[in-house]
Design a binder for this molecule. Structure first.
Ligand code: RTP
Ligand code: MG
Length: 139
């Protein structure tokens, strides 16, 4: 059964390009409630841990380098059917394939610098949210 929370990051490219406000506005306008929010920067080690699931993939090192290259915004979001609806809102991994109006279509430059992360399952949403936030940081 779908749970009602997902986890997102606004990636270093979108932060550097000044899109934090616009992306948070798109997210809340689509009906997601912000449960937790943090502006931070991942060390290479922490980015490596966060993306451990992709360790064997050819793009792993580039991904870890990119995700630790500058500040990010991390958030836990709540809405019915959150994981699936949020992935619809952000669009395809490759922004050239992302539907018009999706966050990646509007703000992403490439498959590496693709503006946002969205959890791909309820289990991972929980794991990823716990990676960044403790109980006293959720409202
Ligand atoms: P995300 O985890 O960031 O929400 O992205 P996603 O589920 O759409 O894609 P995923 O397969 O989980 O890959 C994580 C990130 O790795 C980069 N990637 N590069 N060069 C490539 O073929 C490739 N594939 C994936 C992307 O930046 C992707 O967001
Ligand atoms: Mg993913």
């Amino acid at each position: 059964m779908a749970t009602n929370r997902t986890f997102t990051m606004i990636k270093p490219d979108a932060v550097a390009n000044g899109h934090i406000g616009a992306i948070l506005n798109d997210i809340t306008s689509a009906g997601f409630k912000i449960i937790a929010l943090k502006y931070t920067r991942l060390s290479e080690e922490l980015a490596g841990k966060f993306y451990e699931i992709h360790k064997e993939r050819p793009f792993y090192k580039d991904l870890v380098d990119f995700m630790s290259s500058g500040p990010i915004v991390a958030a836990i979001l709540e809405k019915d059917n959150a994981v699936e609806d949020f992935r619809k809102l952000i669009g395809a991994t490759d922004p050239t394939k992302a539907e018009p109006g999706t966050i990646r279509n509007k703000y992403a430059k490439s498959i590496d610098a693709n503006a946002v992360h969205g959890s791909d399952s309820d289990d991972n949403a929980l794991i990823e949210g716990n990676f960044f936030f403790n109980a006293s940081e959720r409202f």
